[in-house]
Design a protein around this ligand. Sequence first.
Ligand SMILES: [Zn+2]
Length: 181
Amino acid sequence: MKELSVFARCRGIPAREVARREGLVLRPRGSRHWALCPLHGEKTPSLMFDEQGRWHCFGCGRGGDAVALLSALRGISPLEAARQLAGEGPQHKADPRPAGRAQALKLKARADAWYAARWEAACREKLEAEALQEALTPGTPAFWQALARQSLAETRLDALMALGPRDRVHAALTQETPSTS
Ligand SMILES: [Zn+2]
């Protein structure tokens, strides 16, 4: 559980901040920043930093949050990277113990609620589509439509299942309707 709180303390740190500290040269383009990727060696920048504080390299396909970046750049484990980040980050200086923890719990609750709502909606859609198929004559256009609805719902369920805890928080923050914070 101690490890979790270390990762939680790193959540507010944007990956581009880590990139700067590690000496990468960032160039703004639109709302994003770009840099030469030191992980795979290149001449044109394909390492992208987005507004949400995450990074993705279109050259080598690696990406993630600030912890993943520090881990990749220094060749250390994510846990070690998180410890270093939590120790160095601006959040730490402000002593985040009570506020940071409450904030992390609040974020997790939002992510869980977001996930549960999405999951429920996709399940409902899948069940409805299956019931429709039972009632319809196989081979009719309406039947195929119901089948398509079912497979779409299953794709959504698969995508939801693939989300890790941090992805859920990220998705909840970017996809839920704002103003609940
Ligand atoms: Zn790369």
